[in-house]
Design a protein around this ligand. Structure first.
Ligand code: GRF
Length: 191
């Protein structure tokens, strides 16, 4: 068994997809870290009885907030952190506490369209293939080593809402699978 923490800031559809997929495995989703008091993901965690740690970055140094996050994670002996729409950049200090063990999902085919506007930017491009990326987190924004990419051909006549739906469906099909593979591998290492 391996222990997972999920960090999310918003809707939490990826949080939910991972939670549902991990439930029948030997692994555990130990907690949620969230930085937005009104995020829908908090309700999802509550409904599933997953402990949620709400952190407030306002008027505080990032280091101080991450100290709090580190302390909150400590008792769970976390093996892997999955960022799922977490809208804050992590500093090297937190990243180095979990070397190679933090992953992120991005709604575009990196290295194209990093940042927070990826769906609109890839939709507005002339690219014939759109997709998603799961990567390890390094010190940059959406720059870490790529683990998996999945993509689809667009016809060109889709609305941005349709493209968004396809991207999210691809995320929900892919991220839980990759997270479970990583948890399986970590479990193997620790035995
Ligand atoms: C996803 O599109 C993910 O790729 C991006 O943020 C979005 C989070 O969506 N990093 P949700 O909160 O999981 O529904």
């Amino acid at each position: 068994m391996a222990n997972l923490a999920i960090f999310a800031s918003g809707e939490g559809s990826n949080f939910q997809a991972i939670l549902d997929a991990v439930r029948p495995t030997p692994h555990a989703v130990c907690c949620l870290v969230c930085d937005q008091a009104k995020a829908r993901v908090l309700g999802r965690a509550h409904a599933a009885a997953i402990p949620a740690h709400l952190v407030d970055y306002r008027r505080r140094k990032r280091d101080e907030v991450e100290e709090e996050i580190g302390a909150a994670l400590e008792p769970y002996r976390i093996d892997l952190i999955a960022l799922a729409g977490y809208m804050k950049l992590l500093t090297p200090r937190l990243i180095d506490r979990y070397p190679g063990r933090i992953v992120n999902i991005h709604p575009a085919l990196l290295p194209k369209y990093p940042g927070t506007n990826a769906i609109a930017e890839s939709y507005g491009s002339a690219d014939a293939r759109l997709g998603i990326t799961i990567h390890r987190v390094d010190y940059g924004m959406d720059t870490g080593p790529i683990l998996v990419q999945e993509s689809f051909d667009r016809t060109g006549s889709e609305s941005i809402e349709e493209i968004e739906r396809r991207i999210h469906a691809l995320e929900h099909a892919t991220y839980p699978r990759v997270v479970i593979e990583l948890l399986d591998a970590l479990d193997h290492v620790s035995r």
